[in-house]
Design a protein around this ligand. Structure first.
Ligand SMILES: CC(=O)SCCNC(=O)CCNC(=O)[C@H](O)C(C)(C)COP(=O)(O)OP(=O)(O)OC[C@H]1O[C@@H](n2cnc3c(N)ncnc32)[C@H](O)[C@@H]1OP(=O)(O)O
Length: 182
């Protein structure tokens, strides 16, 4: 059996986030530990390949077709590096992944060997949009990035999504890049 429930990173990192220092408001209140009825927010595991992980990614871009072997090998590479934090929301009522986002840690020589985070592949499945899950994912990764002692977070997106990121305090230097200094 190639695919299993092993987490990409330590799940306790999500549980230990200081949600009270979150800068956006949620109404009704949701959090990483309580994302909504039947929903669970957690690190990616390889079994998520059979729970529609690629289907969700394909709502963002060309996700491609991969074998279990390819997926497992990429997962193992990411896990070993300890710099990839892919989170998913599973709807446990249907056993499907309905949202995902990634934080990648980049190591630098500048700023006294600092680390910076990159937020990528933020996507909420069509019928789950407008339920604050996008906001939950980005808030979670922002707090996680801070906890991992990064000095800033950057991301790239199309111009019409910039307004979404401004909610979290990201500022923009042009039409497709946003930055948040932590
Ligand atoms: C770095 C990257 O990955 S960029 C790629 C971003 N992803 C995509 O473009 C994929 C397609 N889109 C999606 O998956 C979703 O629409 C997302 C991720 C952009 C937003 O997720 P949702 O769960 O629908 O958003 P959520 O319900 O949390 O909305 C939060 C707030 O953002 C606003 N918002 C939602 N989508 C957008 C948008 N496309 N542009 C601007 N504002 C938006 C909402 O109005 C809401 O505002 P409020 O808090 O004032 O009421």
């Amino acid at each position: 059996m190639l695919l299993d429930e092993t987490s990409l990173f330590d799940p306790s990192l999500l549980q230990e986030l200081d949600w009270s220092s979150n800068t956006v408001s949620f109404s009704p209140a949701i959090s990483p530990s309580q994302p909504g009825e039947g929903l669970v927010l957690r690190p990616l595991c390889t079994a998520d390949l059979d729970r529609g992980f690629y289907k969700v990614l394909s709502e963002l871009t060309v996700a491609g077709d991969v074998t279990e072997e390819q997926f497992k090998a990429q997962f193992e590479h990411m896990k070993k590096s300890e710099d990839y934090y892919v989170i998913v929301v599973e709807d446990t009522n249907i056993g499907q992944i309905v949202a995902t986002a990634s934080l990648i840690i980049e190591h630098k020589f500048i700023h006294a060997c600092a680390k910076r985070g990159r937020v990528e592949q933020v996507v909420v499945s069509d019928v789950y949009r407008g339920k604050q899950l996008g906001k939950l994912l980005v808030s979670t990764l922002t707090l996680l990035c801070k906890k991992l002692q990064c000095y800033k977070i950057t991301l790239e997106c199309v111009p019409n999504i910039l307004e979404f990121y401004k909610k979290f305090g990201y500022s923009t230097s042009d039409e497709k890049h946003a930055v948040l200094v932590l």
